[in-house]
Design a protein. Structure first.
Length: 410
């Protein structure tokens, strides 16, 4: 079943129940940005740059246009959707999430709910804000930049929660399980571009470009497109993930997930140039509040991905970040360090996939009013990728960017 069809079915169910709407909430965010980028062309334009922006972005741009709505259809049913407008690389509008939620009333000590449609797995503690944005940095970590690009659940998820209050305990636990289709090409960007740092979320059925690397001229990769369609269904198989959330009072949150798209790496859709990649990983995220003003957030991602017959491409990938954020009155300052790496484990000499890098991001936000916020962010990263030299570029590059942001909520 395609993403478009699943989305239509989810909102058809919502439309059929619309006469029973109990409550509707619509929220929005518009973020305008001025960027001083570098002269390394962004991956969004088919270049080698690992930022969303380059010198082409040295002007005012719409970096986030979000419409987030939640509609209570009945006592236990609700519909949720997120529309995202983007100006780069082309002007576009699309859904990043669209699902129906069922959460029955219960007298039991345990609670449960189910989501059906298209949505993010709740792995991240960095992106709890409207439309899966971050209240800390404007540029996401390498981990969540990639999840925003290539990972989305299009299926069904069930969560069972053990609330602390029901058990007179300081500890709450949630157990999450999901099955899905789509997401077969997840891993493509890690192999041929590597990790990146940005806040651009891929909308359903949107493509993401990467540089025209030399390996795509080889006979063995003749069917692979110079872009990825992250949420395409290629092999007809179901993927799955499972996770556990552990909250201690209001001081500590911990989440661990195992994800497996169960891809058949030998399957290819010739018409779209997309392979099914066998991608699986573990994500662990932790948020710790030192006090009401200061918090530490960390996340680790470790996984593997394969594509093609006889392990034509066989990569391991790893990333972690550490973030410290402090809020004082209307000010918030956040500093984050990122490390990322892709290890090439195959023997395909014509297609080197190894890459690595690290970055430092510092952000200041100031809340002018309840609706209006301004901020400044500076970021620097250095990276290396083995597939750059075959197309005439240095293996190692350094990048920097400074951005001014104005954010209005409604």
């Amino acid at each position: 079943m395609t993403i478009n069809r699943l989305t239509r079915l989810a909102f058809l169910a919502g439309a059929l129940c619309f006469s029973n709407v109990l409550y509707a909430q619509v929220k929005g965010l518009i973020q305008i940005r001025a960027v001083q980028g570098d002269d390394i062309r962004s991956f969004q334009e088919g270049g080698l740059g690992l930022y969303r922006h380059d010198t082409k972005s040295d002007e005012l741009i719409l970096s986030q246009g979000i419409l987030d709505f939640n509609v209570d259809l009945a006592s236990s049913w609700s519909a949720h959707g997120v529309l995202n407008a983007n100006q780069d690389p082309d002007v576009g509008l699309g859904f990043t999430q669209a699902y129906i939620k069922y959460q029955p009333l219960s007298n039991s000590n345990y609670k449960w709910h189910m989501r059906v449609g298209g949505f993010y797995p709740l792995m991240s503690l960095e992106n709890p804000d409207i439309g899966w944005t971050s209240p800390y940095n404007y540029t996401n970590s390498a981990i969540n930049s990639w999840i925003g690009e290539e990972v989305r659940t299009v299926g069904a998820e069930v969560t069972i929660k053990r609330p602390a209050k029901r058990f007179n305990s300081a500890h709450s636990f949630s157990f999450v399980g999901a099955t899905f289709k789509g997401n077969d090409p997840a891993g493509t960007l890690l192999a041929w571009r590597g990790f990146a740092l940005h806040d651009r979320q891929t909308t359903f059925n949107e493509s993401v470009k990467f540089a025209p690397i030399a390996a795509l001229n080889a006979y063995e990769l003749r069917w692979q497109a110079n872009q990825v369609l992250p949420f395409e269904e290629v092999d007809g198989r179901f993927g799955y993930y499972a996770g556990v959330h552990w909250d201690y009072l209001k001081k500590s949150q911990f989440r661990i997930y195992y994800y497996n798209n169960n891809g058949d790496p030998t399957t290819l859709n010739i018409s779209t140039g997309q392979y099914a990649w066998d991608t699986r990983f573990t994500s662990a995220a932790w948020l710790y509040k030192f006090n009401s003003k200061t918090r530490l957030i960390a996340q680790v991602l470790n996984g593997k991905t394969e594509m093609g017959s006889n392990a034509l491409i066989d990569n391991a990938f790893y990333s972690h970040y550490l973030m410290l954020s402090h809020k004082e009155g209307k000010h918030r300052v956040s500093v984050r360090y990122d490390y990322f790496k892709v290890t090439d484990n195959d023997t395909t000499a014509f297609d080197p996939n190894a890459s690595n890098g690290e970055g430092l991001t510092a952000t200041w936000r100031y809340q002018l009013t309840n609706k209006l916020q301004i901020g400044v962010e500076g970021s620097a990263l250095k990276s290396a990728a083995k597939n750059r030299e075959p197309i005439g570029f240095n293996e190692r590059i350094s990048q920097q960017q400074i951005m001014l942001n104005a954010q209005w909520r409604f």
